[in-house]
Design a protein around this ligand. Sequence first.
Ligand code: FES
Length: 169
Amino acid sequence: MPPTERLLSDETLDAIRAHFPRYPNRRAVVLPALHVVNEYLGCVPIRAVVEVADLLGLAPAEVQDTLSFYGFFKQDAPSGRVRIWVCRSLSCAALGGEDLLDYLCEKLGVQPGETTADGRVTLEVAECLGACDFAPAILVGTTLHKNMTREKIDALVASLEDSREDDLS
Ligand code: FES
């Protein structure tokens, strides 16, 4: 039987190895390693979990446990180029967060957890983003958007549609 082709590229493995000197042990590298894989693949399939575990000298279950603890990593398919996280915790929900989520679903044509047909945007729900004073809040990639309204959502979605591919990364 031919050997199974590796999923993670040499570049990805090197990027993970670059974290080794920064952490006290290999177990502590699991989370940064998952982020590296996610950066390269847009998700962390189970095969990548096994390969990361192999690289770190851990059991695949240990890596999978860390992955499962966070709601951040997708395993089934790559995320869109941009992930929009809508806070659904108390302050935001009380100030219209649920309505904004419904509005975003309608505008993007997806449900939470899904990616638009053009692969640009994945819509997600999040617990408190730590911006309760600015509720309702959403996170677009790594940028926090405060005191969101339907009008701001309109502008945001329009800007994403106008963005060139390079701008979305
Ligand atoms: S409840 Fe939404 S940011 Fe805290």
